[in-house]
Design a protein around this ligand. Structure first.
Ligand SMILES: [Zn+2]
Length: 186
């Protein structure tokens, strides 16, 4: 569901870089992501039952993550921390906004089922950029939404292993995503 929210593009950062295609590669990884340290709260587990393939060298991932694993080979293990400033950034108070309740009208009716504290809502700004926001509070006339990335302000501790490494194909680099298995989609 897409709701229109005006004036929200101000905190958008676009990272643009030239890609060196010869360096692009696909790594198959498993990892545990925890908050701050090896003992921190578990955020995400990618296990050997369902490893992920990442396309590196295209600027789609957090740069520090790329730098830390990009040159590893098959069966190499890794463990590192990316501080919040180099991951999803600090929490930006400007990304916490009060939106008029009319923003949440769908076909003229208030989308009450969406307006639940803690709920994540897919929205877009006036340029059509997708935004995902969390409902912080619901007031009389406005709804306080937090458009910070869920991992903003969080130091990321990664521990994992490289299961495979291969050069990316020309097509993968052009498309900006991995082509493999049955889940190739565009
Ligand atoms: Zn493709």
């Amino acid at each position: 569901m897409i709701l229109q929210a005006a004036g929200l593009s101000f905190f958008f950062n676009h990272k643009i870089q030239v890609m060196n295609q010869s360096e692009a590669k696909v790594l198959t990884l498993v990892y545990e992501l925890r908050e701050s340290s090896a003992e921190g709260e578990l955020i995400e587990v990618v296990s050997k039952d369902n490893p992920v393939e990442f396309l590196f060298g295209t600027g789609h991932l957090v740069q520090k993550f790329e730098n830390n694993v990009m040159n590893l080979s098959k069966n190499e293990k890794f463990e590192f921390v990316i501080v919040a400033e180099e991951a999803y950034g600090p929490v930006n108070q400007e990304a916490v906004v009060n939106l008029p309740k009319e923003t949440f009208l769908i076909e003229g009716k208030l989308a009450e089922d969406l307006l639940v504290q803690g709920n994540m809502i897919n929205m877009q700004d006036q340029s059509g950029n997708p935004l995902r926001g969390k409902v912080v509070a619901i007031g009389e006339e406005t709804v306080k939404m937090d458009f910070n990335h869920p991992l903003a302000g969080v130091d990321l501790h990664f521990k994992g292993e490289v299961l495979g490494s291969r050069p990316a194909t020309r097509e993968e680099v052009d498309h900006g995503h991995v082509h493999s298995g049955n889940d190739h989609h565009h």
